[in-house]
Design a protein around this ligand. Structure first.
Ligand code: GDP
Length: 297
């Protein structure tokens, strides 16, 4: 194996420690140096790593090493627990309104993050729960995006609402909600336009939709492969648009997924689901404990 796992590295760091007792500051500092490297390697942002290591250090110094654990395992256990705590301790789900009301979900994010695909994945999840879902094409800048949503909607057996590319996204969103009301639908998912980079007009467009349509969830879709950049994207969306939750895509790739930790730490918003592939069934619940193990390697 090219790299030792973090737990092996920690066993090495602590191998000269004999017997049990309390973790000293020197032991903890040595161990946490390895943890810090592992987190940076996993693309957790530097600022978050620093804060995290400090918090763990405060907790770990003076901790009793349990009979059943080695000092290395004790540090790993604390690190794991703190990461899980930071990422939200438990899974958070999208709560739909009762089916005689309409829940509006707005998908946001940069181009290529996986919005359109994820919108269709979510639609499938709600359909399985017995909901009538309306996917809505609010990306009027890329005709291919409308087509892609239609193709995906068809695959999912979910209706797609489109008004072509000559209307304003906010008007399409309003019309979609009216359409849903008229046809007894209970979930409207708005697929909005992304840009290659964060840009003012994209943010304004999203704010305008929120001001005119009763959006229950603004969901930020983030490509987990973008590592550190993901944090900047997330904090800008939080500031300018306001988001309620995050979906991290492309975790089927070889990223360790440090973005999950950074985004949660920086935004305080829950990660709702993770994208695990291109197929429309590849959307999974987010489990903080599994993510912690993956990030630590
Ligand atoms: P959008 O521009 O944000 O709407 O992004 P798209 O939905 O068009 O997705 C961009 C690309 O990423 C497409 O090729 C998708 O198939 C792919 N994609 C989306 N989610 C995932 C995922 O979870 N895993 C993988 N491997 N690919 C994904």
């Amino acid at each position: 194996m090219a790299f030792d796992s973090l737990s092996e590295k920690l066993q090495n760091v602590f191998k000269n420690l004999r017997g049990k007792g309390r973790l000293t500051e020197a032991d903890v500092k040595a161990g946490l140096k390895e943890v810090k490297l592992a987190l940076l390697e996993a693309d957790v942002s530097f600022k978050v790593v620093k804060q995290f290591i400090k918090a763990v250090e405060e907790r770990a110094v003076g901790t009793d090493v349990l009979e059943s654990l080695t000092p290395g395992q004790t540090v790993i256990k604390i690190v794991n627990e703190e990461m899980v705590k930071l990422m939200g301790s438990e899974t958070t789900e999208i709560k739909l309104r009762p089916s005689n009301e309409i829940t509006v979900i707005m998908m946001t994010g940069l181009q290529g993050a996986g919005k359109t695909t994820t919108a269709a994945k979510l639609a499938g999840k709600f359909k399985i729960k017995g909901r009538k879902v309306l996917l809505t094409a609010c990306d009027v800048y890329r005709p291919a995006a409308i087509k892609q949503l239609q193709v995906n909607g068809e695959k999912q057996g979910v209706e797609v609402f489109s008004m072509g590319d000559q209307n304003k996204p906010v008007d399409i969103a309003k019309a979609a909600v009216e359409h849903a009301k008229k046809h007894g639908m209970s979930v409207v998912i708005l697929d909005t336009a992304g840009r290659l980079h964060i840009d003012e007009s994209m943010m304004e467009e999203l704010v305008e939709i929120k001001e005119n349509v009763n959006v229950d969830y603004s969901i930020l879709v983030v490509d987990s492969m973008t590592g550190q950049d993901a944090v900047n994207v997330a904090s800008t969306f939080v500031d300018k648009v306001g988001i309620d939750g995050v979906i991290l895509t492309k975790l089927d790739g070889d990223t360790r997924g440090g973005a999950a930790l950074s985004i949660r730490a920086v935004t305080g918003k829950p990660i709702l689901y993770v994208g695990m592939g291109e197929k429309l069934s590849d959307l999974e619940q987010f489990y903080p404990d599994r993510m912690a193990s993956r990030i630590l390697g």
